[in-house]
Each structure stands twice: as structure tokens, then as C-alpha cells.
Design a protein around this ligand. Structure first.
Ligand SMILES: [Zn+2]
Length: 282
């Protein structure tokens, strides 16, 4: 789609250059321009020139607005790349399968007839329609980005870590028996920042025998995340947090056999493998 937008943009620029060329022809060689456009009197030529200038200005305005829109879309695309939609939520992106309006490139007709203004009107119409579809794409992408940003798809630690224990059944380090491990363990040194993997509201922050110092955050779409064994808690219950906010520090409190973050993701009360919510490389 980026290529289509860029191609349409080039076509539009080409069109402008074409018309500028015609204008120069009118000034430099009125006889040729007259022959080309069938202009008979100076008054007619002036009238066309005036109408033509107005339309050219409008086309340029629209192209300028569209260029700014494209720059905004580029920024959103960069944010998307940063976030790399995890497979677990991909099918739920609102409007994910919808096309962002018809991306019909603006077309410019070259004309040898006297209806230059009419042709410019058509070009103006096309450029305006193009601007509108770019705006629609921009709006759709903004909506998707906002939605994705609210889901726990980010990393819960900031700094160096090793994934020390995966989700699922394992030998419990304390009882030496098979037990279900409902989260992902990020081994990191004490004090490493623990960050909110998405925006939300802190629903629990305090000490529990098993989890030690722990924080729970409620997110959109019924998601909840839990961060356990912290050495220090930096948020209060009821506090609103943004994705990436430091909420606690890695520690070894509660039922923990070494400094690490125990990270859980739940949806509607059921555990999800956090690895499925993380960017692809994890
Ligand atoms: Zn764990």
C-alpha cells in the first residue's frame, strides 16, 4: 500500500509539472498555447488563466495536506513495527481485514483542447478524493494502534534478562513435583525495572505469601497482568499506568528461588501463555 501511495504521489507531482509547463508555454509562446488551447482572445485567455491558477492552488493545497497525512501514517507504521502485533491478538484487530477506503490514485489527463479548466477540475476532484482516502487510512491505523497499545503485548522488564522458566507443567523448584507454572519467568538482577506491558489500572499492589511483592494491572478487553517477587513496588491500587511505566523492581520476595520477575497474563480470569503475547522474537 505504501508503494501505491508513493506511486500516486509521483503521478500527482508529474501532473503538476505538466500544468506548470503549459503555463510557461502560454507566457512564452502565446501563439502555440492559443493553437493548443483554441484560445482566441486575450480576455478569454486571462479568464482561463485566472480559473486555472485557482485550481492549481487548490491542487497544491490538497497535495500538501496529503503529504502531511502520509508523514503521520509513516510515524504510525513505525510504532506498529516497534510493537509487532503478536499472533494471539492479530485476528481481533478492529477493521484488520477492512481496506482503508479506495486508494484510487489521482489521474491527470493531458489536454490539447480548450477545456483546460474542466480538465483541471477533474484533477482537483481526483486529488481531493485521494487526500480523503489517505485520511481514512490514517484514521483506521490510529484506531488500530490505540487498540493494540491497550493490550498486554509489550515486554514486562526493561533491561537485561534471561527467560528462566516457561509456561506450562514443570518440576516445582520447591516441592520437586510436577506443577503447572502459569506465567513466564524473567531472570534479572535485583532492581531491574519492571514495566507495565500495556496501559491500564492497577488493581492490586502489595505483599502476598506466594507472590511476594506483586502488582496486578487491569487492561482493555478483559486482559489482566501480574508481576510477582518484586523487591520494591512503585505504584498504588487504583493508579492509572501507561505502557512502559516502571511499576516495580525485580526482586526475590515470596516463593522465589532467585531474583526474577514472574509474569502472568490472564484474559477473563483464564491464564494465557505470556509468550504468545510478546513480540515475535520471544
Ligand atoms: Zn514463575
Amino acid at each position: 500500500m505504501g508503494i501505491a501511495i508513493f506511486a500516486a504521489f509521483l503521478i500527482a507531482v508529474g501532473g503538476i509539472l505538466h500544468f506548470v509547463g503549459l503555463r510557461i508555454a502560454i507566457e512564452a509562446r502565446p501563439d502555440i498555447a492559443r493553437a493548443m488551447g483554441g484560445v482566441l482572445t486575450q480576455a478569454e485567455q486571462d479568464k482561463i488563466e485566472e480559473a486555472y491558477q485557482e485550481r492549481l492552488r487548490l491542487i497544491q493545497e490538497n497535495l500538501q495536506a496529503t503529504t502531511e497525512e502520509l508523514l503521520q501514517i509513516q510515524k504510525i507504521k513505525d510504532r506498529f513495527m516497534e510493537m509487532a502485533t503478536p499472533s494471539a491478538v492479530k485476528s481481533q484487530i478492529p477493521g484488520g481485514n477492512a481496506k482503508g477506503g479506495p486508494l484510487k490514485p489521482a489521474s491527470f489527463k493531458s489536454t490539447n483542447s480548450s477545456d483546460l479548466v474542466e480538465s483541471l477540475d477533474e484533477s482537483l476532484h481526483n486529488v481531493t478524493a485521494f487526500k480523503k482516502s489517505v485520511q481514512e487510512v490514517h484514521q483506521l491505523w490510529t484506531k488500530q494502534l490505540t487498540w493494540l497499545n491497550a493490550l498486554p503485548t509489550g515486554l514486562p522488564v526493561k533491561g537485561h534478562y534471561n527467560l528462566s522458566s516457561g509456561y506450562g507443567f514443570r518440576i516445582d523448584p520447591f516441592t520437586q513435583t510436577m506443577a503447572k507454572h502459569e506465567g513466564l519467568d524473567f531472570a534479572a538482577s535485583v532492581g531491574t525495572p519492571i514495566i507495565a506491558s500495556a496501559g491500564g489500572v492497577v488493581s492490586r499492589a502489595g505483599y502476598e505469601a506466594q507472590y511476594g511483592n506483586m502488582v496486578e494491572i487491569k487492561h482493555a478487553e478483559g486482559f489482566m497482568t501480574r508481576y510477582a517477587h518484586a523487591s520494591q513496588i512503585l505504584v498504588r491500587t487504583g493508579q492509572t499506568v501507561k505502557r512502559g511505566d516502571i511499576i516495580a523492581k525485580v526482586g526475590n520476595t515470596g516463593r522465589s528461588s532467585g531474583p526474577h520477575l514472574h509474569y502472568e497474563v490472564m484474559r477473563a480470569g483464564a491464564h494465557i501463555n505470556p509468550a504468545n503475547m510478546l513480540p515475535k522474537e520471544h
